[in-house]
Design a protein around this ligand. Structure first.
Ligand code: PMP
Length: 450
């Protein structure tokens, strides 16, 4: 093999070279087949090799791929924004296009701060987030993220934003009902706002279902309803980060739809173009756009690739495909089947503390002791082993680390394309089971678990 100069996630390690993909399967150049059990990074939600998307991409490239947004709009961008306005709840009608989830959340942060400036309240410029959260890798997005591993090297450069506890039902105090736990967690937002002072807080940001930093952690009913009330009471904007949960992944158009709550801003990425091109978005309410239009008249954000027709045409083809094949409904149905199979695994295998999820966003959390729920000291350590074993067996899954080492969380995300069939779920589960059993055996042999 010729020397590689690509900076890869693990330096010095060799990676297989991809050949092609079809549906839920990927093939490397050695001829090995893999089930894409997490849609890459919860991204390839309509599966690989979809002809309609390839055709839309070619058709747009033949016309024009790139124009700068200061000069032109395009049919593709206009149609996509209209479709997103139809999909999104309430008055979330306006889309600012970007190219990655990090850009989308950082744009939301900037728009929230600008909104209060336009209203003559410039001290409202801090964003409250949750400890267990991931909103992106750029400095603004990382400032709002609790992901300890990703923050570690840059802490001194990050904005000093308050963070609160997110609901984590698996580890709730045993003597507390789910209902009061939901309210207690949400009420932490009120405490944080009052501590900092409402006149200092621009927005609260949360993932409807916690992804990369927790592993499909679903909040109890009542949580987001109470969050909305608190945001309204103290005039704090609510940003729903739907980068992972959006576009059908959880069995509704958007994760927050499960609780009937309408945010003021919403971010999308990943499933929005299902990996066919980089594409992401910040969707905002009529009220925000009206305020900024009356004020300075322009949003202070933007990137060279914002609103390029090529990515918009692809994203439009992806959304059409989701609608045509009723993939939102399928995510709910097949996701329920997937979760039931994962729960059976959890009942059987002591290494699995919990199987959880919503729609086609599921996870397994590994624990040292199933009875006491004692976590492993190194967050992600056991999940990493399971991911490696699964990979060797031809199954790709995604890491989710609690972010607070030794306190909570060592999980893997199972989030296959929304197109997966029941038989394919069975195939996925059997490989996953083999991988977990192999790691469990290794840990038992070393007397690291009971
Ligand atoms: N928000 C959430 C909820 C995410 O899961 C991610 C990526 N895992 C991001 C933001 C950042 O997206 P990107 O990696 O595309 O910048």
């Amino acid at each position: 093999m010729t020397k590689s100069y690509v900076i890869k996630p693990e330096l010095g390690k060799e990676y297989p070279v991809i050949s092609h993909g079809k549906g839920i399967y990927l093939y490397d150049k050695e001829g090995n087949r893999y089930i894409d059990g997490s849609s890459g990074a919860v991204t390839a939600s309509i599966g690989h090799g979809v002809e309609e998307v390839a055709e839309a991409m070619y058709a747009q490239a033949k016309e024009v791929s790139f124009v700068y947004r200061s000069h032109f709009s395009s049919d593709a961008v206009e149609k996509l924004a209209t479709k997103l306005a139809e999909w999104a709840p309430g008055s979330l009608n306006w889309t600012f296009f970007v190219s990655s989830g990090s850009e989308a959340t950082e744009t939301a942060q900037k728009i929230a701060i600008q909104y209060w400036q336009e209203k003559g309240r410039p001290t409202k410029n801090r964003i409250i987030s949750r400890w267990m959260s991931y909103h992106g890798i750029t400095m603004g997005a990382l400032s709002m993220s609790g992901h300890v591993l990703r923050r570690k090297r840059f802490t001194s450069l990050l904005a000093d934003y308050p963070a609160i506890t997110g609901p984590y039902p698996y580890r709730k105090p045993e003597d507390m009902s789910l209902e009061s736990y939901a309210l207690a967690c949400a009420n932490e937002l009120e405490t944080a706002i009052l501590r900092v002072g409402p006149e200092q807080v621009a927005a609260f940001i949360a993932e409807p279902v916690i992804g990369a930093s927790g592993g499909a952690v679903v909040p109890p009913d009542g949580y987001f309803q109470r969050i909305r009330e608190i945001c309204d009471k103290y005039e704090v904007l609510f940003i729903a980060d739907e980068v992972m949960t959006g576009v059908g992944r959880t069995g509704k158009a958007f994760g927050i739809d499960h609780w009937g709550v309408v945010p003021d801003l919403m971010t999308l990425g990943k499933g929005m173009s299902a990996g066919y091109t980089p594409m992401a978005a910040t969707i905002v309410s009529d009220e925000i756009i009206e305020t900024i239009t009356k004020g300075s008249g322009s949003i202070m954000a933007g990137h060279t690739y914002s609103a390029n027709p090529q990515s918009a045409a692809v994203s439009l083809a992806v959304l059409d495909y989701v609608e045509k094949h009723q993939l939102v409904e399928k995510a709910a149905e097949q996701g329920a089947y997937l979760l039931a199979q994962l729960k059976e695994l959890a009942d059987e295998l002591p290494l699995i503390g919990e199987a959880r999820g919503l729609g086609m966003l599921c996870a397994l959390e590994f624990v040292k002791n199933k009875q006491t729920k004692e976590p492993f000291a190194l967050s992600g350590g056991v999940g990493g082993k399971v991911i490696q074993k699964a990979f060797e067996k031809g199954l790709l899954i995604y890491p989710a680390m609690g972010g607070i080492e030794g306190v909570a969380g060592d999980a893997v995300i199972i989030s296959p394309p929304l197109t997966i069939t029941t038989e394919q779920i069975d195939e996925l589960i059997s490989l996953l089971k083999e991988a977990v059993i192999a790691v469990q055996q290794e840990l038992q042999d070393k007397a690291l678990i009971g």
